[in-house]
Write a protein that binds this ligand. Structure first.
Ligand code: DC
Length: 223
Protein backbone atom coordinates (compact mmCIF):
# COMPACT_ATOMS: atom_id res chain seq x y z
CA UNK A 1 0.00 0.00 0.00
CA UNK A 2 1.37 3.41 -0.81
CA UNK A 3 0.60 6.56 1.11
CA UNK A 4 -1.59 9.22 -0.49
CA UNK A 5 -1.91 12.80 0.68
CA UNK A 6 -4.80 14.50 -1.15
CA UNK A 7 -4.61 18.29 -1.25
CA UNK A 8 -7.80 19.83 -2.62
CA UNK A 9 -8.93 23.42 -2.58
CA UNK A 10 -9.94 26.56 -4.40
CA UNK A 11 -8.03 28.29 -7.21
CA UNK A 12 -4.94 30.16 -5.99
CA UNK A 13 -5.40 28.98 -2.39
CA UNK A 14 -1.74 27.98 -2.21
CA UNK A 15 -2.54 24.26 -2.38
CA UNK A 16 0.06 23.63 -5.11
CA UNK A 17 2.87 25.19 -3.08
CA UNK A 18 1.80 23.28 0.02
CA UNK A 19 1.49 20.00 -1.87
CA UNK A 20 4.99 20.37 -3.35
CA UNK A 21 6.46 21.18 0.05
CA UNK A 22 4.71 18.20 1.66
CA UNK A 23 6.02 15.91 -1.09
CA UNK A 24 9.59 17.18 -0.57
CA UNK A 25 9.25 16.81 3.22
CA UNK A 26 8.14 13.17 3.10
CA UNK A 27 10.16 12.20 -0.01
CA UNK A 28 6.95 11.41 -1.94
CA UNK A 29 6.07 11.85 -5.63
CA UNK A 30 4.04 14.93 -6.53
CA UNK A 31 1.26 15.30 -9.10
CA UNK A 32 -0.46 18.56 -10.04
CA UNK A 33 -3.78 17.21 -11.35
CA UNK A 34 -4.83 20.72 -12.42
CA UNK A 35 -2.04 20.61 -15.01
CA UNK A 36 -3.80 17.64 -16.64
CA UNK A 37 -6.99 19.66 -17.08
CA UNK A 38 -4.95 22.65 -18.24
CA UNK A 39 -3.28 20.42 -20.86
CA UNK A 40 -6.72 19.34 -22.07
CA UNK A 41 -8.01 22.95 -22.21
CA UNK A 42 -4.99 24.22 -24.13
CA UNK A 43 -5.03 21.11 -26.34
CA UNK A 44 -8.63 21.76 -27.43
CA UNK A 45 -7.81 25.30 -28.52
CA UNK A 46 -4.63 24.21 -30.30
CA UNK A 47 -6.72 21.70 -32.26
CA UNK A 48 -9.22 24.50 -33.10
CA UNK A 49 -11.91 22.73 -31.09
CA UNK A 50 -14.52 24.16 -28.71
CA UNK A 51 -13.88 23.58 -24.97
CA UNK A 52 -17.63 23.63 -24.30
CA UNK A 53 -18.19 20.63 -26.60
CA UNK A 54 -17.58 17.39 -24.71
CA UNK A 55 -16.39 15.41 -27.78
CA UNK A 56 -13.75 18.06 -28.58
CA UNK A 57 -12.54 18.10 -24.98
CA UNK A 58 -12.51 14.29 -24.77
CA UNK A 59 -10.42 14.06 -27.97
CA UNK A 60 -7.89 16.44 -26.37
CA UNK A 61 -7.92 14.43 -23.11
CA UNK A 62 -7.10 11.25 -25.05
CA UNK A 63 -4.05 12.76 -26.67
CA UNK A 64 -2.54 14.77 -23.81
CA UNK A 65 1.21 14.94 -23.79
CA UNK A 66 2.39 14.57 -20.18
CA UNK A 67 5.87 15.80 -21.09
CA UNK A 68 4.31 19.28 -21.49
CA UNK A 69 3.29 19.51 -17.81
CA UNK A 70 5.86 22.30 -17.22
CA UNK A 71 4.96 24.32 -20.32
CA UNK A 72 4.55 27.99 -19.16
CA UNK A 73 1.47 28.35 -21.39
CA UNK A 74 -0.37 26.14 -18.89
CA UNK A 75 0.13 28.67 -16.11
CA UNK A 76 -1.79 31.53 -17.77
CA UNK A 77 -5.20 32.69 -16.51
CA UNK A 78 -6.66 31.71 -19.89
CA UNK A 79 -5.43 28.12 -19.47
CA UNK A 80 -6.96 28.06 -15.97
CA UNK A 81 -10.35 29.12 -17.32
CA UNK A 82 -10.15 26.60 -20.19
CA UNK A 83 -9.23 23.88 -17.68
CA UNK A 84 -12.21 24.77 -15.53
CA UNK A 85 -14.53 24.57 -18.58
CA UNK A 86 -13.28 21.21 -19.91
CA UNK A 87 -13.17 19.74 -16.40
CA UNK A 88 -16.97 19.97 -16.16
CA UNK A 89 -17.37 17.29 -18.89
CA UNK A 90 -17.86 13.86 -17.24
CA UNK A 91 -16.07 12.04 -20.12
CA UNK A 92 -12.97 14.20 -19.64
CA UNK A 93 -12.87 13.44 -15.92
CA UNK A 94 -13.20 9.70 -16.59
CA UNK A 95 -10.46 9.82 -19.23
CA UNK A 96 -8.03 11.35 -16.71
CA UNK A 97 -8.92 9.05 -13.82
CA UNK A 98 -6.72 6.05 -14.70
CA UNK A 99 -3.57 8.13 -15.00
CA UNK A 100 -4.18 9.73 -11.60
CA UNK A 101 -5.01 6.43 -9.86
CA UNK A 102 -1.96 4.70 -11.36
CA UNK A 103 0.20 7.60 -10.16
CA UNK A 104 -1.35 7.27 -6.69
CA UNK A 105 0.09 3.75 -6.35
CA UNK A 106 3.73 4.88 -6.68
CA UNK A 107 5.77 3.82 -3.65
CA UNK A 108 6.50 5.00 -1.03
CA UNK A 109 3.81 7.66 -1.34
CA UNK A 110 2.35 10.53 -3.33
CA UNK A 111 0.92 13.99 -2.84
CA UNK A 112 -1.70 14.98 -5.41
CA UNK A 113 -3.35 18.37 -5.52
CA UNK A 114 -6.62 19.22 -7.24
CA UNK A 115 -10.33 19.58 -6.61
CA UNK A 116 -11.63 16.01 -6.26
CA UNK A 117 -8.62 13.99 -5.09
CA UNK A 118 -10.03 13.24 -1.63
CA UNK A 119 -13.62 12.81 -2.83
CA UNK A 120 -13.32 10.90 -6.14
CA UNK A 121 -9.78 10.05 -7.30
CA UNK A 122 -8.45 8.68 -3.99
CA UNK A 123 -11.30 8.39 -1.50
CA UNK A 124 -9.10 6.06 0.61
CA UNK A 125 -6.29 8.63 0.87
CA UNK A 126 -4.17 8.47 4.02
CA UNK A 127 -4.70 12.17 4.71
CA UNK A 128 -6.96 14.71 3.01
CA UNK A 129 -6.29 18.39 3.26
CA UNK A 130 -8.77 20.99 2.01
CA UNK A 131 -7.11 24.37 1.54
CA UNK A 132 -9.03 27.62 1.40
CA UNK A 133 -8.45 31.36 1.62
CA UNK A 134 -10.86 34.24 1.07
CA UNK A 135 -11.33 35.24 -2.57
CA UNK A 136 -9.95 38.73 -1.78
CA UNK A 137 -6.77 37.30 -0.24
CA UNK A 138 -6.28 34.93 -3.19
CA UNK A 139 -6.81 37.71 -5.72
CA UNK A 140 -4.33 39.91 -3.85
CA UNK A 141 -1.69 37.16 -3.79
CA UNK A 142 -2.15 36.65 -7.54
CA UNK A 143 -1.96 40.42 -8.02
CA UNK A 144 1.37 40.67 -6.15
CA UNK A 145 2.78 37.74 -8.15
CA UNK A 146 1.72 39.24 -11.51
CA UNK A 147 2.73 42.78 -10.50
CA UNK A 148 6.29 41.59 -9.77
CA UNK A 149 6.34 39.83 -13.13
CA UNK A 150 5.06 42.97 -14.89
CA UNK A 151 7.85 45.06 -13.32
CA UNK A 152 10.46 42.49 -14.40
CA UNK A 153 9.06 42.38 -17.93
CA UNK A 154 8.27 46.10 -18.13
CA UNK A 155 4.66 45.32 -19.05
CA UNK A 156 1.26 46.64 -17.86
CA UNK A 157 0.39 46.04 -14.20
CA UNK A 158 -2.46 43.57 -13.50
CA UNK A 159 -5.98 44.70 -12.58
CA UNK A 160 -6.80 43.34 -9.09
CA UNK A 161 -10.58 43.72 -9.50
CA UNK A 162 -10.47 41.66 -12.70
CA UNK A 163 -8.35 38.97 -10.99
CA UNK A 164 -10.93 38.81 -8.16
CA UNK A 165 -13.78 38.42 -10.67
CA UNK A 166 -11.89 35.61 -12.46
CA UNK A 167 -11.26 33.75 -9.21
CA UNK A 168 -14.89 34.04 -8.10
CA UNK A 169 -16.11 32.85 -11.54
CA UNK A 170 -13.74 29.85 -11.48
CA UNK A 171 -14.75 28.85 -7.92
CA UNK A 172 -18.42 29.06 -8.87
CA UNK A 173 -17.92 26.89 -11.96
CA UNK A 174 -15.79 24.33 -10.06
CA UNK A 175 -18.27 24.14 -7.16
CA UNK A 176 -21.45 23.97 -9.19
CA UNK A 177 -20.58 21.34 -11.83
CA UNK A 178 -22.61 18.14 -11.65
CA UNK A 179 -19.67 15.71 -11.64
CA UNK A 180 -16.97 15.74 -8.95
CA UNK A 181 -17.65 19.32 -7.80
CA UNK A 182 -15.15 21.11 -5.62
CA UNK A 183 -16.07 20.36 -2.00
CA UNK A 184 -14.23 19.06 1.04
CA UNK A 185 -14.39 15.30 1.63
CA UNK A 186 -16.28 14.47 4.83
CA UNK A 187 -13.04 13.39 6.47
CA UNK A 188 -10.95 16.29 5.11
CA UNK A 189 -8.72 18.35 7.39
CA UNK A 190 -9.58 22.00 6.75
CA UNK A 191 -6.89 24.63 6.43
CA UNK A 192 -7.66 28.33 5.90
CA UNK A 193 -4.50 30.14 4.77
CA UNK A 194 -6.07 33.64 4.59
CA UNK A 195 -3.96 34.90 7.50
CA UNK A 196 -0.89 32.72 6.99
CA UNK A 197 2.28 33.20 4.98
CA UNK A 198 3.83 30.23 3.13
CA UNK A 199 5.91 29.04 6.10
CA UNK A 200 2.94 29.37 8.47
CA UNK A 201 0.64 27.52 6.07
CA UNK A 202 3.18 24.73 5.62
CA UNK A 203 3.66 24.33 9.39
CA UNK A 204 -0.14 24.13 9.82
CA UNK A 205 -0.51 21.64 6.94
CA UNK A 206 2.25 19.46 8.35
CA UNK A 207 0.70 19.47 11.83
CA UNK A 208 -2.59 18.30 10.30
CA UNK A 209 -1.36 15.51 8.01
CA UNK A 210 1.75 14.25 9.88
CA UNK A 211 -0.02 12.12 12.53
CA UNK A 212 -1.84 10.14 9.82
CA UNK A 213 1.19 9.76 7.58
CA UNK A 214 3.51 8.81 10.46
CA UNK A 215 0.99 6.20 11.61
CA UNK A 216 1.08 4.43 8.26
CA UNK A 217 4.87 4.82 7.92
CA UNK A 218 5.30 3.25 11.37
CA UNK A 219 3.03 0.32 10.61
CA UNK A 220 4.83 -0.24 7.27
CA UNK A 221 8.19 -0.17 9.09
CA UNK A 222 6.91 -2.84 11.53
CA UNK A 223 5.99 -4.94 8.50
O1 DC B 1 -5.55 23.66 -9.76
P1 DC B 1 -5.65 24.46 -11.08
O2 DC B 1 -5.97 25.90 -10.89
O3 DC B 1 -4.44 24.25 -11.93
O4 DC B 1 -6.90 23.79 -11.85
C1 DC B 1 -7.39 24.29 -13.07
C2 DC B 1 -8.82 23.83 -13.27
O5 DC B 1 -8.84 22.43 -13.51
C3 DC B 1 -9.76 24.06 -12.10
O6 DC B 1 -10.39 25.33 -12.17
C4 DC B 1 -10.75 22.93 -12.20
C5 DC B 1 -9.99 21.83 -12.89
N1 DC B 1 -9.55 20.76 -12.00
C6 DC B 1 -10.46 19.79 -11.68
O7 DC B 1 -11.63 19.88 -12.09
N2 DC B 1 -10.10 18.72 -10.92
C7 DC B 1 -8.86 18.61 -10.44
N3 DC B 1 -8.53 17.54 -9.72
C8 DC B 1 -7.89 19.61 -10.74
C9 DC B 1 -8.28 20.69 -11.50
Amino acid sequence: MSIVIAVDGTAASGKGTLAKKLAAHFGFHYLDSGALYRLVGVGVVEAHGNPNIEADALAAARRIDHTRADDPVLRTAAAGTLASIVSAHPAVRTALLDFQRTFARLPPGVVIDGRDIGTVVCPQATAKLFVEASAEVRAHRRFLELAAKAVAENSDPPDEARLLAEIVARDTRDRSRAVAPLKPAEDALLLDTSNLDIDGAFAAALALVSPRVENVLNSLAKG
